[in-house]
Design a protein around this ligand. Structure first.
Ligand code: SAM
Length: 480
């Protein structure tokens, strides 16, 4: 069996280091921030890591350079812009009492839910991305069965299939140009693995191995490492790329079995409830969801919203596309993620949202829209407005969902640059919050040294125009 040229998970403890927020605009880096490295591999990442030192004071203390981001099941799969688990851990320890429910309206890969249950608190999360919901479910479901034995049996069945020439071609995803993304030999092995994962009777065990398969698919495909969006390895580099899906799957799964063992050993007392849903409708989604804790017990919100709309910042839908196809997630839902994410739909009427900081920012962006536009490019001011209009709707829903007068909401945000204008998301968030009954308690600025970020930063996609990336994010705590 030929070894993959692409670095294997096994070489790094089966890990899944995250590529950064690779995009064409000044942005804060991926939220991991604490010594995480980009996913190296074919095509190079195009990413550099800054070597800045953390500052003194709170910003330095909240940097967590030496705190692992990979404990328990945190690192079972990649996800863009993950929150550093230590941020969630600290906020929950500080603000959640026993019996309080923690809510994350932008759950992503579910780190907040995992930290809540480890602390003994139940937690509810919402996300529009079905892959995020599956990943969080797996991350927060302790499995006590002998997963090592399950893996052994699965690999044995797959080896038998391959020896007897069974192709399991029926299992290949449809509606997807497989030839454009995979070598034929790779497709055969993946189909066999998918067939045998699909044959597992226990749904929690099957979902666990589906997540392992998802990472295997990504690493066996021509998907360019270091890119969150759908980017293919250039043709010249494909000939030398010869991955072995079975080996990758075995290494990823072994590492994840170890991680699940660590979760089980920690005996988490809380329960996690990941839900597919839109935070702009949080209240009705929670009311309609069966079996979740009473919303009146939600006393703490810990969350990191997307930096901006998915199209111009992190395209979570595109990131999840390969996984969606191979895990049989509803294709329509995965395709809709980037349109349904915050700011996904622009509107003609940019109504006043009641934030002076936002209005001043929009004026500047509008001026630069006119000044800097080359050819026909979208109105960035309209995109910025759409994002904050949606965020405003979510804040309204959050304020109506939590136990009023006794709750706290903690947001981790970063200020991005649009049309050379720094968007002060931290201040805008606080101003929008006031409208909905939130009052600012504290803002902690956090250095993100050692960050992974795009090596080239082109805020206007224009030749020679570069912009700054950010080195800080803010942890904003409000009472509500
Ligand atoms: C920055 S990520 C959250 C990362 C998460 N804290 C973690 O550690 O993985 C933002 C998430 O918000 C989700 N999202 C965007 N718009 C949403 C909406 N309207 N309702 C619910 N989730 C949304 C995206 O799909 C994405 O998973």
């Amino acid at each position: 069996m030929t070894a993959a040229r692409r670095p294997r998970s096994s070489g790094r403890g089966g890990g899944s280091p995250e590529p950064p927020v690779a995009r064409a605009e000044g942005l804060a880096p991926g939220r991991g921030g604490g010594g995480e490295s980009p996913e190296p591999g074919p095509g190079g990442s195009g990413i550099v890591k800054s070597r800045g030192k953390p500052g003194r004071g709170a910003a330095g203390r909240w940097t967590f350079l030496d705190v692992s981001t990979r404990k328990y099941t945190h690192a079972i799969h990649l996800y863009p812009a993950r929150m550093h688990p230590e941020i969630a851990r600290r906020l929950i320890a500080r603000h959640a009492g026993s019996g309080d429910v923690v809510f994350d309206p932008f759950m992503g890969s579910g780190g907040v839910l995992l930290e809540s249950m480890l602390r003994g608190n139940d937690a509810i999360g919402l996300d529009v991305n079905p892959f995020a919901v599956l990943l969080t479910k797996v991350k927060t479901t302790p499995i006590r069965k002998d997963l090592g034995a399950e893996l052994g049996a699965l690999l044995e069945k797959s080896a038998r299939d391959r020896r007897s020439g069974r192709t399991r071609a029926r299992c290949l995803p449809t509606g997807y140009d497989l030839g454009a993304w995979f070598k034929p030999s790779v497709l055969g092995e993946l189909a066999v693995l998918k067939h045998n994962v699909g044959g597992i009777g226990d749904p929690d065990v099957a979902d666990f191995f589906r997540i392992c398969l998802s990472l295997t698919v990504r690493r066996s495909s021509y998907q360019r490492n270091g890119a969150w969006k759908i980017h293919r390895l250039p043709e010249a580099e494909r000939a030398g790329f010869d991955p072995s899906p079975t080996e990758i799957f075995a290494a990823v799964s072994r590492a994840n079995v170890g991680r699940m063992g660590a979760l089980v050993a920690a005996r988490p007392r809380g329960r996690a409830h990941p839900i597919l849903g839109d935070s702009r409708d949080a209240r009705s989604v929670l009311e309609g969801a069966p079996g979740i804790p009473d919303a009146g017990r939600i006393r703490l919100v810990v969350t990191s919203p997307p930096y901006g709309d998915h199209r111009t910042t992190v395209a979570y839908g595109q990131f999840s596309r390969h996984s969606g196809h191979w895990l049989d997630l509803p294709d329509g839902q995965v395709r809709r993620v980037d349109r349904e994410g915050l700011g996904g739909r622009t509107r003609r009427d940019a109504g006043d949202l009641g934030s002076g900081a936002l209005n001043r920012t929009l004026d500047e962006v509008r001026r630069n829209d006119a000044r800097l536009t080359v050819g026909k490019t979208p109105s960035r001011a309209r995109e910025v407005h759409a994002y904050f209009s949606d965020l405003d709707a979510c804040m309204g829903q959050v304020s109506r969902t939590v136990a009023s007068g006794r709750s706290r909401a903690c947001f981790v945000v970063a200020n991005r640059t649009v049309r050379r204008v720094v968007v002060p998301t931290d201040r805008i968030l606080v101003e929008l919050g006031k409208k909905h009954g939130f009052s600012l308690e504290s803002t902690v600025r956090r250095d993100i040294p050692n960050k992974a970020m795009p090596s080239r930063n082109a805020p206007e996609n224009a030749a020679g125009v570069t912009g700054s990336t950010m080195t800080r994010e803010a942890v904003i705590t409000m009472r509500c």
